[in-house]
Design a protein around this ligand. Structure first.
Ligand SMILES: NC(=O)c1ccc[n+]([C@@H]2O[C@H](COP(=O)([O-])OP(=O)(O)OC[C@H]3O[C@@H](n4cnc5c(N)ncnc54)[C@H](OP(=O)(O)O)[C@@H]3O)[C@@H](O)[C@H]2O)c1
Length: 321
């Protein structure tokens, strides 16, 4: 079957490690099944994998891709929950210390077929296209958990989203707006700031700009480049919810502000199957749809990876096998 894989690792030139070619059909362990992939979405995670983050040499070649929507063996339209927990694990799957995402231990979704645990399948709502549904399991689920589960944000709160253009960031803007939050966003690019406003942000600022007032919470995925700004943007008692560090993991700690203003720094990773179910219901009931930057045939995946590596993305890139 056709698949997109990491053939090797290259920290400086990750795209050179990308391989498009024929791979054997997936093996199906007990309790697992196969899904015919109709759409899969690109995440920054896939670029990290090409750089060698989270994978070992002996796992190569590894088919990339965490997210998929497709058709199961009984002909049902399904969405794949990307967090693979131990079969014995009970409760919040993201807290299982042995959990992994598709493409970390098991082959990923950038292929015509993917093997997944049966319990990771959820019915795809008919209101969502395969392309839209494929955006939900990583970026959109992460945004949902950041705002509502980990952030505990309530309508009327002001939230700052750093780096407006990304897959997670655009989801934060749309979901925050749908939930009645006052959403402010930053971006390095003027064009992306304008698009953020059209997407539902109440105000958009240049990265690092002084804000009109301090905010209740900041949603961080950018990391080192924006961290100091995030800490300084908060009201006393405010919180930063962080799920990523695209620009690097070692920002200045700003420890004095953290204790003096009694700030909270809250980590967030992916989301549970139940949260994915609630997210899909929210999309259907409120008419919320993931923002797709562009959909490409899987054969043209290289172009999508290039766009993400350049930082040109606004929303999600989707591949169709
Ligand atoms: N913990 C989890 O479960 C989880 C889940 C999903 C994602 N993540 C992580 O979250 C991050 C975002 O993921 P994604 O898929 O949304 O990535 P993406 O679509 O590639 O978006 C990255 C965004 O970060 C901003 N950015 C990048 N470098 C920057 C810099 N030097 N200064 C300012 N802004 C910068 C950009 O915003 P502007 O161009 O608008 O400034 C860009 O749009 C990644 O690091 C990813 O690994 C973690």
């Amino acid at each position: 079957m056709l698949a997109v894989a990491a053939a090797r690792f290259d920290a400086d030139d990750p795209l050179s490690a990308l391989d498009l070619g024929e791979r054997p059909e997936p093996e199906v362990p007990a309790g697992w099944t196969t899904v015919t992939v109709k759409a899969a979405s690109l995440n920054h995670h896939d670029l990290w994998s090409l750089r060698g983050v989270g994978l070992r040499e002996e796992q190569l070649p590894m088919i990339l891709g965490c997210d998929a929507a497709g058709v199961d063996q009984d002909g049902n339209e399904v969405v794949v929950h990307a967090v693979i927990s131990d079969p014995e694990w009970r409760g919040d799957e993201t807290l299982d210390p042995s959990r992994s995402l598709l493409s970390e231990k098991h082959p990923g979704t950038f292929a015509e077929q993917v093997a997944v645990p049966r319990r990771n399948l959820l019915p795809k709502p008919p209101e969502l296209s395969f392309e839209e549904a494929a955006c939900l399991p990583t970026a959109w689920l992460t945004a949902y958990r950041m705002l509502f589960t980990r952030g505990g944000l309530v309508p009327g709160s002001t939230v700052l989203v750093q780096g407006a253009g990304g897959g997670v960031a655009t989801a934060l803007i749309v979901l925050g707006n749908a939930a009645g939050l006052r959403v402010w966003a930053t971006s390095r690019s003027e064009a992306k700031r304008e698009r953020a406003l059209r997407l539902g942000a109440d105000q958009a600022f240049e990265s690092g700009a002084r804000l009109p007032e301090r905010v209740d919470a900041v949603m961080e995925t950018v990391g080192a480049a924006t961290w100091s700004h995030s800490v300084k943007a908060l009201k006393p008692g405010g919180k930063i919810v962080i799920s990523g560090a695209t620009s690097g993991p070692s920002p200045p700690a700003e420890l004095t502000r953290v204790f003096f203003l009694q700030l909270s720094v809250i980590g967030s990773t992916m989301g549970t199957r139940e949260e994915l179910d609630r997210l899909m219901r929210l999309c259907v009931d409120r008419g919320v749809r993931p923002l797709i930057d562009r959909a490409l045939p899987l054969r043209e995946a290289h172009a999508g990876f290039e766009e993400m590596a350049r930082g040109d993305v606004f929303g999600k890139i989707v591949f169709t096998p």
